[in-house]
Design a protein. Structure first.
Length: 409
């Protein structure tokens, strides 16, 4: 390649990164926080329905996908294209055998693919901006929710939002307007710093907890590249979430990331594919020791998932009855199998294990933290990690870290 051709190619690459960065700075924060904005409209302007929520999510995903198709895909996108293509075939299969159009899980995978590819095209400054703006908004609203709960309830009215957009009947708790699942359950683990499980702009507690997990992954992946102000902001956001959200899994995950910052770079990449199987085996041990555990406790959630594994039958392994997916909201592994067959779970495991790069210490920190985050979440939670509110930010980071050593400064 001649010198002039090289400089032209480099100039086009920088321009492409700049254009992608501008798109990311708008689309990703909106994808993370749109629930909060829609709730304000629902509470004070006009009633909204599920179609409004779906339209916003589809529009954000469509804009990002349209940009990627306009840009064209490189050879580096082959793993992403393979993943999306495979689950496209699974979508056709599940729709045919169940006699109904089923696109939900394909949408989840498309979110992963689109934001991974966007991350590979995003420069470090844009990535830092996205995390900074999300933390500023979410921490600000979280502080209001903790110390001025009535103001938070009046502004967002989460109970009304979920009633109108999800059709969920809300049980009144002393006139509270928060989402009923965020109410503290007697006997559940809590630091006692909030009279309910905080939700901030997510309006429900699970996504806020997972947001803290994504922040932990970002912190260990790019700690030496994060500005001092951003470090303080991110740590403060994580601490406020963990102290008021009562998430046992993310509290444990934060300590894993703290230790992993030093341990992950020294661990061979060959260990990464073993993480999910090891988590499942650990779940089996908990089941054998506490087979009667139940309810909204750590071991109760694990036992629920393991019972799902032990009760899998031919129909579930081949996703021949997708109509029961709603009942699997607390069992991530079982949800994936029922929505995409056991081969779908295997494909997802392979992607999580091998797509993240592992050449540098920072990349290994990101890759190991991602595998643990996904594996742990799927053991004690449901399909929340596939929500665009969390997945957009998570997979943007993973895509960026895959090519971060070639980042332009």
């Amino acid at each position: 390649m001649s010198s002039s051709a090289f400089h032209d190619h480099q100039a086009r690459s920088v321009a492409d990164i700049g254009a992608g960065g501008r798109l990311v700075r708008i689309v990703v924060p909106l994808a993370v926080m749109y629930n909060g904005f829609l709730a304000v409209i629902n509470a004070h302007v006009m009633p909204l329905g599920f179609s409004h929520v779906a339209l916003v999510e589809i529009s954000l995903l469509f804009v990002a996908l349209l940009y990627l198709l306009y840009r064209g895909l490189s050879e580096e996108a082959l793993p992403i294209v393979t993943l999306v293509g495979f689950f496209g075939l699974v979508m056709v299969y599940t729709s045919v055998v169940n006699g109904m159009a089923f696109v939900d899980f394909f949408r989840n995978v498309l979110i992963i693919g689109v934001f991974c590819q966007l991350g590979m095209m995003t420069d470090g400054r844009s990535l830092a901006f996205v995390f900074r703006i999300c933390c500023l908004f979410i921490l600000s609203v979280l502080i209001v929710e903790i110390f001025f709960t009535r103001i938070y309830e009046d502004v967002f009215y989460p109970a009304l939002y979920f009633t109108n957009t999800r059709g969920l009947e809300q049980v009144a708790f002393g006139g509270a307007k928060i989402f009923q699942n965020a109410i503290n359950i007697p006997g559940r683990f809590s630091f006692g710093l909030s009279d309910h499980r905080t939700s901030s702009l997510f309006l429900e507690q699970v996504s806020l907890a997972n947001f803290s997990g994504v922040l932990c992954i970002y912190l260990v992946s790019r700690f030496d590249r994060i500005a001092r102000f951003d470090r303080s902001l991110i740590v403060a956001t994580i601490v406020f979430i963990l102290l008021t959200n009562d998430s046992r899994s993310m509290l444990a995950f934060s300590f894993i990331c703290l230790i992993g910052y030093f341990l992950f770079p020294k661990t061979p990449n060959g260990v990464r594919p073993l993480i999910m199987p090891l988590v499942i085996c650990a779940g089996a041990v908990v089941y054998l020791l506490r087979p009667d555990a139940s309810g909204d406790t750590f071991d109760g959630r694990i036992v629920l998932t393991m019972k799902g594994f032990f009760n899998l039958d031919f129909i579930e392994l081949l996703a021949l009855d997708i109509r029961n997916l709603a009942s699997l909201a607390d069992s991530g592994y079982i949800y994936v199998i029922n929505a995409s067959t056991v081969f779908g779970l295997l494909a997802f495991w392979l992607f999580v294990s091998f797509f993240p790069a592992g050449r540098t210490a920072a990349q290994k920190r990101c890759a190991f933290a991602l595998a643990i985050f996904i594996s742990l979440n799927m053991m004690i939670g449901g399909n929340a990690i596939f929500s665009i509110k969390v997945a957009s930010l998570l997979w943007l980071l993973v895509g960026h870290m895959r090519v971060s050593e070639r980042e332009q400064h």
